[in-house]
Write a protein that binds this ligand. Sequence first.
Ligand code: DOR
Ligand code: ZN
Length: 328
Amino acid sequence: METQSITIRRPDDWHLHLRDGEMLKAVAPYTARQFARAIVMPNLTPPVTTVEAAAAYRDRIVAAAGPGFTPLMTCYLTDDASPDELERGHAEGVWVAAKLYPAHATTNSAAGVTDVRNIAAALERMQRIGMPLLIHGEVTDHEAVFIERILQHLVRDFPTLKIVFEHITTRDAAQFVADAPGTVAATITPQHLIINRNAIFAGGIRPHAYCLPVAKREQHRLAVRRAAVSGSPKFFLGTDSAPHLREAKESSCGCAGIFNAPYALESYATVFDEEGALDRLEAFASENGARFYGLPLNEGRVTLERADVLVPENVPAAGSSLVPFHAG
Ligand code: DOR
Ligand code: ZN
């Protein structure tokens, strides 16, 4: 008989965009409803590069999300990232990790790193203090090229640096992470488990299915699914929920990002159920990430019940609306 309900340890989201101001107030409660903690990405305008900016942003998130939710802050790495500033932010408990955006790879990444050799001293320091490096591992739509040109060298040159390959989308990335040393892990989004690139062109251009990294071909989606349900501790939940107002998505130059926070856990549970792997959902959602980061597991529990849910066509935000993943 099919499982009707499961109870798991309260999960965490290891990759999230919460924005700021009115948008933050609109979206934070969706994540706080399901997750105890989240790694908050620093690609605001201007990017979060100082300890003070990160601490102030953390306070605004706590106010918007309400009690019971802990934001885990990240530093946005630039070419002149200061090793001392990174260490201070980490020691003060503000920064849990630092994010590497290759310059111009995605939304608000213009200030990103132009060459990883420019941040060698910062990486050296992060390696020494045990601060994880989170990588947007794609340049111009190609993970395999990024692995070969950059990631492989980083893993070799910084053998004890913890590295998270964020939002993997390809068989190459899943294989690379599986074969890499235990210092390397990956997050996986719901959309890359559920849609392939055809979803972006289904009967017309579908801006709400557009995110970065862009969804790839079916064989890649299937490989990423196998990795997620494999039981390997190297793969964990990171939604990359990335809200943009409807009019910013439905535009001649629509923004990249899928707002999946409202039904994130349900999306993952559906995938694990379809793969006959519901017994592995808890490790993926609630254990592997915390263990990799060296943080305690959450004490609370959540129960999921099998039921039909109608996902709304849109939800209000900042005087306009957001179209959630699975809308309608
Ligand atoms: O689709 C995306 N949206 N990918 C990213 O890397 C950034 C994010 C955003 O901030 O909108
Ligand atoms: Zn992201």
